[in-house]
Design a protein around this ligand. Structure first.
Ligand code: UDP
Length: 468
């Protein structure tokens, strides 16, 4: 049998990169004759988290085998860092890198290029794959339902001039084929409401049809309706793909030891993703809710970036500057406040009983994997849609908010948050049972006879069929 090679073209954003690299590892584990080259688009604003991650993966992959390698692309210094413009500008670099690989590996037993796997926002790279005469597969990092929603919006936009922004505050509902329930327009993903961000989203959706397949980080048992709603191209639900190997414990000993001392399922964990942060007024309402509810808590609290700057929140040196006076002293027996949290290690801990989450798709999958129910508090990206899917469509979460947007200026008050936390932490609730069941199914999906294992096998067969 011939050796095959895939080129992964990935986004320099943790929420996209980590799951894509995990897919690469899964593919390599399944097929000895496959090798993968990962190209991560590079921009001057790429943060140290991404750089460190790539370095650590490069180091660990080179010690294990040479079937997975990472190649650096030249850094893009352009001031704009939109996904789509970066992809357009980096096309020549990707082409050059792939040319080098194919030229240096032209002997008879070298792996033959079998396709590109492209981040969901980088469809311009399909042109590069076409130049090499190989098919493209899209890697979609969010839910199958939201993929269906993107395709639906693109269709009604192109056919009926539908403009999502016009429906932003309306009570309209949309009949989305990938959902069982009608979608309230007020939970449409935030980027779809932006005049600047909508066109590249639509352009990506238009091009998904050119792919030979779409790999989605989900699993059949979670999103059967959505997955079965697609006609073409083929969908490969191979998830949940999580980086559960990362050891958060070693860098956060004090917090993890504190968790060790807490009773089973007694702690509510609050964490709002890589870009989530609140202003001081909102922080005080959350603090009030935690104190009133009386539940044990672990709160990842981060400082918002300066207005207008598209950078990640940072950690407070002293969170007391935004917390109510005396809060940390009064809650010292029941709670801890920290900056960036080792979320996977925390969710895996038996002391955690509930998760107040911004509903980024990776966080949703991690909560399901560890069987921890969510109370939804979406902030940005497609999180409002995810919150709706979790609360209404799948019945796996309780609601604090489904339509909150971090740029809305709205303050969610103490009572509303407290109500959500109490509902979340209820012990023998139906939701908790359902989440535990889904957790088991998520693990089964990846096992040898599981659905995701089956789809990954199909994907490999499809890739190997590409060899001439
Ligand atoms: N994460 C973490 N600590 C934090 C915040 C986030 O480890 O304090 C991780 C989280 O476990 C998840 C990823 O960062 O794997 C966030 O991805 P998600 O899709 O949930 O949200 P995004 O950050 O892309 O909005």
């Amino acid at each position: 049998m011939e050796k095959a090679q895939l080129v992964f073209v990935l986004a320099p954003a943790m929420g996209h990169l980590v799951s894509a690299v995990e897919v690469a590892r899964l593919l390599l584990n399944r097929h000895d004759l496959l090798s993968i080259t990962v190209l991560v688009l590079n921009h001057s604003s790429v943060n140290s988290g991404v750089r460190n991650y790539v370095e650590s993966q490069r180091a660990s992959s080179s010690t294990i085998s040479n079937s997975l390698r990472f190649i650096d692309l030249p850094k893009d210094e352009h001031e704009s860092f939109s996904f789509s413009s970066l992809a357009e500008r980096q096309k020549p670099h990707v082409k050059e890198a792939v040319l080098k690989i194919t030229q240096s590996e032209s002997s008879i037993d070298s792996p033959q290029l079998a396709g590109f796997v492209i981040d969901m926002f980088y469809t311009p790279m399909i042109d590069v794959a076409n130049e090499f005469g190989v098919p493209s597969y899209i890697f979609f990092t969010s839910s199958a339902a939201s993929l269906g929603f993107m395709l639906y919006v693109q269709k009604i936009h192109d056919e009926e001039k539908f403009d999502p922004a016009e429906f932003k505050d309306s009570d309209s509902e949309l009949p989305v084929p990938s959902l069982v329930n009608p979608l309230p327009a007020r939970v449409m993903p935030s980027p779809m409401l932006s005049k600047k961000q909508l066109p590249p989203l639509l352009e990506n959706a238009r091009r998904y049809g050119e792919a030979k397949g779409i790999i989605v980080n989900t699993f059949l048992e979670l999103e059967s309706h959505a997955i079965e709603s697609f006609k073409i191209p083929p969908i490969y639900p191979v998830g949940p793909i999580l980086d559960v190997r990362s050891d958060g414990r070693s860098n956060h000993q004090e917090i993890m030891q504190w968790l060790d001392d807490q009773p089973l399922s007694s702690v509510v964990f609050l964490c709002f993703g890589s870009m989530g942060s609140f202003g001081e007024d909102q922080v005080k309402e959350i603090a009030c809710a935690l104190e009133h509810s009386g539940y044990r808590f672990l709160w990842s609290l981060r400082r918002p970036p300066p207005p207008g700057l598209l950078v990640s929140p940072s950690d407070y040196e002293d969170p007391q500057e935004v917390l109510p006076k005396g809060f940390l002293d009064r809650t010292t027996k029941i709670g801890r406040v920290m900056g960036w949290a080792p979320q996977v290690a925390v969710l895996a801990h038996p002391a955690i009983g509930g998760f107040v989450s911004h509903c980024g798709w990776n966080s949703v999958l991690e909560s399901i994997w560890f069987g921890v129910p969510i109370a939804t508090w979406p902030m940005y990206a497609e999180q409002q849609f995810n919150a709706f899917e979790m609360v209404i469509e799948l019945g796996l979460a309780v609601e604090i908010k489904m339509d909150y947007r971090n740029d809305s200026g709205i303050i969610v008050n103490c009572d509303e948050i407290e109500r959500g936390i109490k509902c979340l932490m209820e012990h023998d609730s139906e939701k908790r049972k359902k989440v535990k069941e889904m957790s088991e199914r998520s693990r089964m999906a990846l096992m040898d006879s599981g659905s995701s294992h089956f789809y990954l096998g199909n994907l490999i067969t499809d890739v190997m069929d590409n060899l001439g």
